[in-house]
Design a protein around this ligand. Structure first.
Ligand code: BTN
Length: 246
């Protein structure tokens, strides 16, 4: 992974560049990195703050031979790989918030966005977008992000080499991807649980038609978040946003 590299100074979104390359036939493992993004995209239609020189904004082309319904597993796999890489390179105790945010001390340090092009319920290609706040200082953040976002530099007290971290993320992703092909999802699920910042916590999920509140107790086989509600009912959350209450 990452041996075919497109390094950009600025782009609207590395997702858009990677989708273009994938449509033109780029092979799996093709990586697009940009020093800044003018229109970085987040999950659920949100914007992703992507200032120059301070973060890792990158998108990886994947071509898994998978039915679409396995995409959530790939999303969790990506989270495990990035979280492990952050821990290894920086020593910072990063944790996973379901489905795939990476938090340090309750604040978000990394966001992951998987977008797939599909055909007949199969994945044609998938773009794994990874945004890591590496060397931002408190003052680099707009006010509305200051209390919810953080960077590896803020948390570790020193600047972190972006190229080293990118290299480690690619190593980890490649290793997990192979493991997934050979051993299936079970080992990744275990790792996700071990790196989780959600499990054991009180969580709330609000979707269009229901509110689920309770203690997160683990992942289901397909990658949903299992919650034990106060009434003693087991519910599994499959999509949307989950808030950690305490
Ligand atoms: C989230 O909402 O948490 C996901 C954020 C994903 C951001 C990354 S930065 C690189 C890639 N390009 C984008 O426009 N978004 C993703």
């Amino acid at each position: 992974f990452g041996s075919r590299l497109h390094l950009l100074e600025s782009t609207s979104s590395t997702q858009i560049e990677a989708i273009k390359l994938a449509e033109e036939g780029a092979e799996a493992g093709t990586l697009v990195i940009s020093d800044m993004q003018t229109n970085g995209r987040g999950r659920l239609g949100r914007n992703w703050f992507s200032p120059a020189g301070k973060g890792i904004w990158m998108s990886l082309v994947l071509r898994p031979e998978l039915p679409v319904r396995f995409m959530p597993q790939l999303t969790l796999l990506t989270g495990v790989a990035v979280c492990s890489a952050i821990r290894k390179v920086t020593g910072v105790e990063a944790g996973l918030k379901w489905p795939n945010d990476i938090l340090v001390n309750g604040r978000k340090v990394c966001g992951i966005l998987l977008e797939a092009a599909t055909e007949d319920n199969k994945v044609r290609y998938c773009i794994a977008g990874i945004g890591i706040d590496v060397n931002l200082s408190e003052l680099d953040y707009p006010e509305d992000l200051r209390s919810i976002a953080t960077s590896l530099k803020i948390e570790s007290g020193t600047s972190v080499s972006r190229s080293r971290l990118i290299g480690e993320v690619m190593n980890q992703l490649e290793a997990r991807y192979l493991q997934y092909e050979n051993e299936g999802f079970a080992p990744i699920l275990k790792e996700w649980e071990a790196l989780s910042a959600s499990i054991g916590k009180q969580v709330r999920s609000v979707t269009l038609n229901q509110v689920i509140e309770g203690t997160a107790i683990g992942l289901s086989d397909s990658g949903g978040l299992m919650v034990l509600t106060e009434e003693g009912k087991n519910s599994t959350i499959f999509s949307g946003e989950v808030e950690i209450i305490q």
